[in-house]
Design a protein around this ligand. Structure first.
Ligand code: SF4
Length: 490
């Protein structure tokens, strides 16, 4: 053996000590403040799988699974040697210990000094070791020996397998491998067994049970998707009760019912920087109502002061985001100063009961045309723009308009006239303000659409609808219309 038996043993001992230190480090990180006694106790109670298999397999008429090292000195009638894959056996990769003591041993043994020569010499020694190990494995068989290997995209039979095959058959193994009907993995085996058991195979069912009781989780039926019954098929809101509806939910529900339902049920991330930025801009914009003399410089100063809370990034990313936010605020001030309408209210709440729909929300800006006396609602957007056509169909804006017409705002009588509503996009690609307006609504039509949406929001099922936001949808992995989320059970 390269470096001598004692050298190799010293290497292993050193590696074991280093490994012990590493385990202790991980333990200390995970269990801050715990005592060394607890660490030792955990180590002592650890059951190594291979140990468990070895001890329980030391009976008659069972398969004994052993490493080659642990099989030294033992014999069996029938031995199966597996894992003869190139790169695995022989494994000629340099076994580096932390301090590289093996190179020292090799240098001492061979008298070489160059690093490359030492590595080459060590590799030769490794090859001899691996071949000796193979001999040990093969010679454990008293009467029958089976040597296995496989071919797939990432792995080929090793040179040892080839040598054995040629010795036995007198020809190369090329072309003799039979394509496997499934991957050689526990999951693939379980999948095949499940299929067979569904087709009535009692044997497959028994094997699944054995695998499950041996700790193969994927073989446990309680882990299988689709085997449990639906917990309930009742509507999510009692048909006799009102359905809370927010104007923004109308747009989201209109885009995709499933996404709306899952996000409403918690399937969404915390507030992103973009969302917090929106909150900050909305806040400063609303300040203009209370302080009409607020200057752009003062607004930017407020924004800069609040920025550490809004953006947790550091360095140039943070600077760049603040610059973008400042540009948005500047655009808003420009738009505000050029806006001919009178600002009546900001962040104004409204509420309406329309059939089962309990519609409530608040508008960013409620304005009035000084000539016609009609109301106009403006919603500030810090996200992506929408087309003029989409704005006409925008459910959120329509709900705001209905809030005015149907007397949902305190102090505005039912029947007040609206001139329409608009979206003001501050994150403009063109560098200018972009607004898209919605004409005055047909309030009866909008009311009936809101009632219909409320019935859908209270229903027992929610449909996924492919739309232009699918690309950025956060629940794609749960969506049956996307390959990531497609059901594995029909
Ligand atoms: S990916 Fe598209 S269809 Fe699927 S849930 Fe998301 S928005 Fe709906």
């Amino acid at each position: 053996m390269a470096g001598g038996t004692r050298g190799a043993q010293a290497d292993r001992d050193l590696d074991a000590v280093i490994q012990l230190f590493e385990t202790a480090r991980r333990f200390a990180e995970r269990n801050v403040g715990s005592s060394p006694t607890l660490f030792i106790s955990q180590l002592m109670n650890e059951r190594i799988l291979s140990d468990a298999i070895t001890s329980s397999a030391a009976r008659e008429e069972v398969v004994t699974i052993k490493t080659v090292h642990s099989a030294k000195g033992l014999e069996w009638e029938f031995v199966v040697v597996t894992g003869l894959q190139e790169g695995t056996w022989p494994n000629l990769k340099e076994r580096g210990s932390l301090l590289g003591s093996e190179r020292l041993v090799e240098a001492d043994r061979s008298g070489l000094t160059s690093r490359a020569e030492i590595a080459a010499s060590a590799a030769t020694g490794l090859a001899s070791d691996e071949r000796r190990l193979l001999y040990v494995a093969l010679s454990r068989a008293k009467s029958r020996l089976l040597v296995t290997s496989y071919v797939d995209e990432d792995s080929l039979p090793s040179r040892y397998f080839e040598e054995i095959y040629e010795f036995v058959h007198g020809a190369s193994s090329e072309g003799v491998f039979t394509p496997s009907e499934r991957d050689i993995t526990a999951q693939a085996l379980v999948a095949e067994l499940r299929r067979s058991s569904m087709e009535g195979s009692e044997f497959a069912a028994r094997v699944l049970k054995t695998l499950s009781s041996s700790g193969v989780r994927s073989a446990d039926p309680s882990q299988w998707i689709g085997v449990r019954n639906i917990s309930t098929d009742q509507p999510i809101i009692d048909p006799a009760k009102s359905v809370p509806v927010s104007p923004s939910a109308l747009t989201s529900f209109d885009d995709c019912g499933l996404k709306w339902f899952l996000e409403k049920s918690g399937a969404q991330d915390g507030d992103s920087t973009a969302q917090l930025l929106g909150v900050a801009i909305h806040f400063i914009a609303s300040e203009l109502f209370k302080k009409p003399d607020l200057t752009l410089e003062e607004g930017i100063a407020q924004l800069t002061e609040a920025w550490p809370v809004v953006d947790q990034n550091v360095g140039w990313v943070k600077t760049q985001q603040l610059q973008e936010a400042t540009r948005m605020l500047t655009r808003f001030f420009e738009w505000h100063q050029a806006n001919p309408r009178t600002l009546v209210a900001v962040e104004e709440d409204f509420a309406l009961q329309i059939g089962r729909a309990k519609l409530s929300g608040s508008v960013d800006r409620l304005e009035m045309d000084p000539i016609s006396g009609k109301y106009f609602i403006v919603d500030l957007k810090t996200g992506a723009t929408v087309t003029k056509e989409a704005a006409q169909e925008h459910k959120q804006l329509a709900a705001y308009q209905l809030g005015v017409v149907a007397g949902g705002f305190a102090g505005i009588p039912e029947g007040a006239e609206v001139d329409g509503a608009g979206l003001l996009f501050l994150k403009s690609k063109t560098g200018k303000n972009e607004t898209v307006d919605q004409s005055a609504i047909d309030s009866e039509l909008v009311a009936s659409e809101i009632q219909e949406a409320a019935e859908g929001m209270a229903a027992a099922t929610f449909n996924a609808v492919i739309n232009k936001r699918c690309g950025t949808c956060s629940i794609r992995a749960l969506c049956p219309l996307q390959s990531e989320g497609r059901s594995v059970i029909e």
